[in-house]
Design a protein around this ligand. Structure first.
Ligand code: TYD
Length: 208
């Protein structure tokens, strides 16, 4: 099974994926936690370009192409081989992020993104957990985290976007969830990490 975690900046995906992976391992289920961008050696290089505040601009379509390049390599090198071995794959972001960030928030045509993704054979995940949070709250958490960890420059390009951008991202995720209720489950991301994880655990128990 291929499960993706999505949500705006600061929705707590990374922590919840780590807890989910530990929980599944405890249950004796073989699983692999990974992320985009940066799930492969090539992807780590792309991540620096995509998330760094390097002072140069990147055209929205260039962003799409780089995220798809990262995803294609990730699929071939990591995700598909793991699924073929029967391993449960948990990915911190995937295709819905391109739909929400580059499509809805940057304004690239969603239909064109789908067309190109189809050419590349980008498969849909089996299940998606959408950690949902108000944009103000997520952005505040993410900016504080970047300041504390010293990654504001190396990882801060999207956190530097304004509230309207992140509100569009959140709206797009909620629209995707309404369109694909069989795949995407909305999990409220406010509350303590324990509270959020207990909601996720309920879904994992149902699916696996
Ligand atoms: P991530 O490492 O999950 O950041 P955070 O932990 O702050 O949520 O994601 C990296 C950034 O890349 C995030 O700002 C969203 C962006 N992104 C896209 O714009 N499109 C994509 O297709 C993906 C996978 C990520």
């Amino acid at each position: 099974m291929f499960i993706t975690f999505e949500g705006i900046e600061g929705s707590g995906k990374s922590l919840q994926i780590a807890r989910s992976a530990a929980y599944l391992k405890e249950k004796g289920i073989d699983c692999l936690g990974t992320r985009e961008p940066g799930g492969t050696g090539f992807g780590i290089e792309l991540r620096k370009i995509l998330l760094g505040t390097n002072g140069y601009s990147i055209e929205p379509w260039c962003e799409v192409l780089l995220y798809l390049a990262d995803r294609y390599q990730h699929l071939k090198e990591v995700i598909e081989p793991a699924l073929a071995r029967g391993v449960v794959v948990l990915s911190d972001r995937y295709q819905d992020a391109t739909r929400a960030y580059q499509g809805a928030a940057r304004g690239v045509s969603g239909a064109e993104i789908e067309k190109l993704s189809q050419v590349l054979g980008i498969r849909e995940p089996d299940r998606t957990i959408l950690l949902d949070l108000a944009a103000e709250e997520g952005l505040g958490r993410a900016r504080t985290r970047n300041l504390l960890s010293g990654t504001a420059e190396s990882e801060g390009r999207f956190e530097a976007e304004d509230l309207a951008f992140h509100t569009r991202v959140r709206g797009a995720y909620l629209e995707l969830a309404a369109l694909h209720p069989e795949r995407i489950s909305i999990v409220p991301a406010s509350g303590t990490p324990d509270e959020v994880f207990s909601r996720i655990r309920g879904l994992l128990d149902q699916w696996l």
